[in-house]
Design a protein around this ligand. Structure first.
Ligand code: C2E
Ligand code: CA
Ligand code: CA
Length: 516
């Protein structure tokens, strides 16, 4: 079975994160797009219906005005003079195609047609209004083979221009214009088409949706407008906009994901690079001498791992944390152990009192295989376990029960165990008794207070006294000045020291030279 490494998991997780953000972005974009489109559709319908209503009122008004004017004519009925007059009037109109003269239900003459040879009987109107106006919704014309709406009153009638509303034609928004004679009579469709679902009885201003039709009705004076649209048509028309906004949302989501990934990548790539460096055995180990302060004798050293990736030197403070997070620390510790045994194995065999301290992390301490893996390596190298000390941080002992057991196991194999960076964590000296370790490494922050007025310096003698009371060895870290060295060297107890003044970390050959 193929085992998925923690690193691979991370990659899967990151890819999933980007995909999720793209999908979320697209969904949000599509949702926002839809809202924008719905708003714009509503706005468009509102504007269109208001414009249509205005035009309808203008058309009906013009018809009204002209009918009054013609009915008031005192010229001889259908005389040449009157026909000329009718033509002049027609010429001034905007929405009329002809003006006719009628009498007793018969047509006699019109501006365009001239005088009829024989008076022609008029058709039945669709409505006769309470004021006696005759409304013809669509009537075949004598003047052309087309048909058009006609409104008549008294001894005159006018042909309305069938193209009066053409400027407002929009295939997505079919509309109908109605003539509404009075409150008692139903409006009658004059122009365009009214959706069959629209209830024209007592039509009032309203808007809404019925099934997949959205509609808007509006009336004013004698004019009513009914506008409708198919939701599918609107959606189809809106698709490019919606898709663009969704795409934009997806792109923004993706970009956000990539930015997040770039932020994470630094660490991810560091983990990948570290894993490769371990495979290629590119990491080095340096050794910092630990000096017996009273005699100046180098009795042990601490192994410190070093990583130079090309020109970049990466601090262990950074890559050890990455190794711990990415599950690489076990490999790294074994790598350091192998390297120490390779470089220092013969030396340790030659100097059986010399000890190398190796830093191990909480994961190593809690790993049940660690003690046997270490033992096997030492056996193979022929090095005594007494010559390999282990430094653990206070943090790794937080899980008290298992830590005590692991420490017990490692000590029983012969290793010396030190609590590293002592004083920076939370373990009290009393707790140290429980842990049963061999010694503490006093953190460099305490060392640096020596010779200063800092309050912490007053704790140093107490820590030393209590360590001695618990029979613990003491290593003072970070000795940089002779004042610091003198302070610890003149204590009336045996103390080891480590720091730049005593010796900087250097390669195995340099360390060996110090001892020989
Ligand atoms: P640490 O275990 O406390 O190691 C001592 C650190 O103090 C080292 O830093 C050393 O170079 C530095 N140091 C030595 N003398 C002086 C001094 O006089 N003054 C000051 N200011 N610093 C001094 P380095 O090598 O950068 O290591 C940093 C930390 O990385 C170590 O702290 C340790 O926690 C970790 N580390 C290093 N190597 C390993 C390793 O092989 N395994 C594990 N698990 N951790 C390691
Ligand atoms: Ca250490
Ligand atoms: Ca330390």
């Amino acid at each position: 079975m193929r085992v998925i490494q923690p690193l691979q998991w991370r990659i899967y997780l990151h890819v999933t994160l980007v995909i999720a953000l793209i999908v979320l972005g697209s969904l949000a974009g599509s949702w926002i797009g839809r809202l924008v489109i719905i708003r714009s559709d509503r706005g468009h319908m509102h504007a269109l219906s208001s414009q249509l209503l205005k035009r309808a009122e203008a058309v009906f008004n013009e018809a009204d005005v002209i009918l009054s004017k013609v009915n008031a004519s005192d010229m001889t009925f259908c005389s040449d003079k009157e026909l000329a007059y009718l033509r002049n009037v027609l010429f001034t109109t905007k929405y009329l195609k002809d003006i006719g003269r009628v009498k007793d239900g018969k047509f006699y003459c019109s501006a365009v047609f001239g005088a009829a040879e024989q008076p022609a009987p008029l058709a039945q109107p669709n409505i006769t209004t309470v004021n006696g106006a005759l409304i013809y919704a669509d009537t075949p014309l004598a003047i052309s083979n087309l048909s058009a709406p006609i409104i008549g009153r008294g001894n005159a009638n006018v042909v309305l221009d069938p193209a009066a509303f053409d400027a407002f034609n929009d295939p997505a928004y079919p509309f109908g214009i109605m003539f509404s004679p009075s409150d008692e009579q139903n409006p009658i469709g004059i122009f365009g088409s009214i959706h069959k679902g629209v209830q024209t009885n007592g039509l009032t201003e309203n808007a809404g949706r019925e099934g997949d039709i959205v509609y808007r009705n509006q009336c004013h004076g004698q004019a009513c407008v009914s506008l409708h649209a198919h939701v599918q048509d609107l959606e189809a028309a809106a698709f490019p906009i919606e898709a663009s906004i969704a795409l934009l949302g997806g792109a923004l989501g993706g970009a956000l994901g990539v930015i997040l990934l770039l932020l994470l990548r630094k660490r991810l790539s560091l983990g990948t690079r570290l894993s490769r460096a371990l495979d290629k055995r590119l990491l080095k180990v340096e050794y910092q001498p630990i000096i017996h302060l009273q005699t100046g004798e180098t009795r042990s050293a601490e192994a410190l791992v070093r990583w130079r990736d090309g020109k970049e030197v990466i601090s262990p403070d950074i890559f050890i944390a990455v190794a711990e997070k990415e599950g690489l620390i076990g490999r790294l510790t074994l790598y350091v152990i192998d390297r120490v045994l390779l470089e220092m194995g013969d030396f340790l065999k030659k100097y059986p009192d010399f000890r190398i301290n190796i830093n191990i992390s909480a994961d190593d301490l809690m790993d049940p295989r660690f003690s046997s893996l270490l033992a096997a390596r030492l056996k193979q190298a022929g090095v005594r376990s007494q010559q390999v000390g282990l430094e653990i941080t206070e943090r790794s002992t937080a899980n008290a029960g298992p830590a005590v057991q692991a420490i017990h196991q490692l000590r029983s194999q012969g290793h010396k165990i030190y609590i590293d960076d002592f004083g920076t964590g939370y373990s009290s000296l009393a707790y140290l008794g429980e842990l049963n370790v061999d010694g503490i490494k006093l953190d460099k922050s305490f060392t640096q207070t020596v010779g200063t007025r800092s309050i912490t310096v007053s704790i140093v003698p107490q820590i030393i006294d209590m360590a001695l009371a618990h029979n613990l060895a003491i290593v003072v870290e970070g000795i940089e000045t002779s004042q610091q060295q003198d302070y610890f060297a003149t204590l009336d107890t045996s103390v080891d020291g480590q720091g730049w003044l005593c010796g900087k970390p250097a390669d195995a050959a340099a360390l060996q030279k110090l001892v020989v």
